[in-house]
Design a protein around this ligand. Structure first.
Ligand code: ZN
Length: 495
């Protein structure tokens, strides 16, 4: 293993600025034991493989390794509906045949099967992401990592695309307690629909998703979907086609994210690092190398803003482990040897036993003029955001908004935070502001948005802390455009 600075990116790479990032890495040794079922492409075992690689590359000793605290019901209910959470807690493979209506209602059963320990799996991966957000809020680390998180498709009261609870939304809600603005970036090959939907009408969270668009799960993420009401221009969608390579990808990623950082100026960044955008993914159709994928991490890291790195999709599991191991090295500022160390899953990585794999020679269907057009459109949207007179970029809400504290608002975790950091005034007024903003959103934006989209299904009612709206366009599943179709197309059934 070589130690050297990670270069590239926007501003201060570690090494030359003399500041190594402090990393908190969340891992539960049980997570690899959860099993979606035979033939299912989502394999939590890939998290354990990643961890084994990190251990044998000697990276664990450079990080604070944290076993996540399981998220409690009430934590999950900060975004999800109470009855949905109760259903997830109660359902078992043995009892599921008695609950056909509930299964259908919550979209559980096919893409999102019931398996042993489902609820504790959800508690574990959500606990890691929320725990990461807490560590960042407390200033304990600069970068928090939870490779078991990033399940971006889950909705308020519906499972979707292998995702049951949306750990990302929960983590962002935690970050919003002290950050005025939070940026969400999604490099999974699938559209980050659950996160976009949750924050579609707010200007406090900007969501940016780079994804395959057109006859592909979940079907949403059109370049024209830009947010609504106060959230107009705060959702960015980058629709891409098959075979995109590193160079094409970064001809969009860097100028767009550079501009987003400049005009939105987030207090924290959440990066979903879904590895199904890698070349050779079992369900994906992009052609990114691991270095190309990791370049996104390197670039977002370079802004020196508190960063939460999450997993996501990724179905050729040997490459997922390679990718997230390499990206952990990038977070640390440690460049890893291509030659892999011996470890318990070594045989997965033959015949080369190397960290990196060459991208394929598949056709890149993203033409230069098309990419230029998408970039120009999105930069144009961002420039509107920049010049919108209604965007006050103050770091703290004005003190005049401080109002009497509602004792019921805060849970004990918040109280702990307040005690430790002695910032009751700011945090409470901010909490108040969150509520008043979303109360406003509920009454104006959401209502008019709902009227505007009256013919479509599943208009979410605003959830407890923050307004949630927007419709789900296309539903996954065996009859939708979920994984079984891609699996069939790729001829990979039973592999
Ligand atoms: Zn995905």
């Amino acid at each position: 293993m070589m130690m050297e600075s990670v270069s590239g990116g926007n501003s201060l790479p570690s090494g030359s600025d003399g500041v190594k990032r402090k990393i908190s890495y969340f891992y539960d040794p049980e997570v690899g034991n959860y099993y979606y079922g035979q033939g299912h492409p989502m394999k939590p075992h890939r998290i354990r493989m990643t961890h084994a690689l990190l251990a044998h590359y000697g990276l664990l000793q450079h990080m604070q390794v944290v076993k996540p605290t399981a998220a409690k019901d009430r934590d999950l209910c900060k975004f999800h509906a109470d009855d949905y959470v109760a259903f997830l807690r109660g359902i078992t493979p043995e009892t599921q045949q008695d609950q056909i209506r509930q299964l259908k209602r919550f979209n559980v059963g096919e893409d999102c099967p019931v398996f042993d320990g489902l609820y504790s799996f959800c508690q574990t991966y959500a606990g890691g992401s929320v725990g990461g957000a807490l560590k960042l809020n407390h200033g304990i680390c600069d970068i928090a990592i939870n490779w078991s998180g990033g399940l971006h498709h889950a909705k308020k009261c519906e499972a979707s695309g292998f995702c049951y609870v949306n750990d990302i939304v929960l983590a962002i809600l935690e970050l919003l307690k002290i950050h005025e603005r939070v940026l969400y970036v999604d490099i999974d090959i699938h559209h980050g629909d659950g996160v976009e939907e949750a924050f579609y009408t707010t200007d406090r969270v900007m969501t940016v998703s780079f994804h395959k668009f057109g006859d592909y799960f979940p079907g949403t993420g059109d370049v024209r979907d830009i947010g609504y009401g106060k959230g107009k221009y705060y959702s960015l969608n980058v629709p891409l086609d098959d075979g995109i390579d590193d160079e094409s990808y970064h001809s969009l990623f860097k100028p767009l994210m550079g501009k987003v950082m400049e005009v939105f100026r987030p207090g924290a960044v959440v990066l979903q690092c879904g590895a199904d955008s890698l070349s050779g993914d079992r369900l994906g159709c992009f052609n990114l190398s691991i270095k190309g994928h990791a370049e996104c991490v390197k670039y977002m890291r370079s802004f020196n803003v508190p960063l939460l790195l999450l997993g996501g999709g990724g179905y050729t599991i040997r490459n997922v482990a390679r990718c997230w191991c390499y990206e952990t090295g990038v977070a640390l500022g440690i460049e890893l040897d291509d030659k892999m160390p011996q470890h318990e899953y070594y045989e997965y990585f033959g015949p080369d036993y190397a960290l990196h794999v060459a991208p394929s020679n598949m056709e890149n269907k993203n033409s230069r003029p098309l990419l230029d057009d998408i970039r120009a459109k999105l930069l144009e949207n961002l420039s509107r955001l920049q010049h919108a007179p209604s965007v006050p970029f103050q770091e703290r809400p004005p003190n005049t908004e401080l109002q009497e504290r509602d004792e019921d608002e805060e849970d004990d975790r918040d109280e702990r935070w307040d005690r430790d950091f002695d910032m009751d005034v700011d945090s409470n007024s901010l909490a108040r502001r969150v509520k008043s903003e979303y109360a406003e959103a509920e009454h104006k934006d959401v209502e008019s948005y709902h009227n505007h989209l009256d013919s479509r299904r599943d208009i979410a009612t605003p959830f407890k802390e923050i307004a949630c709206s927007k419709v789900t366009g296309v539903r996954g599943g065996f009859n939708g455009c979920g994984w079984p179709i891609h699996q069939r197309r790729a001829g990979e059934l039973n592999r």
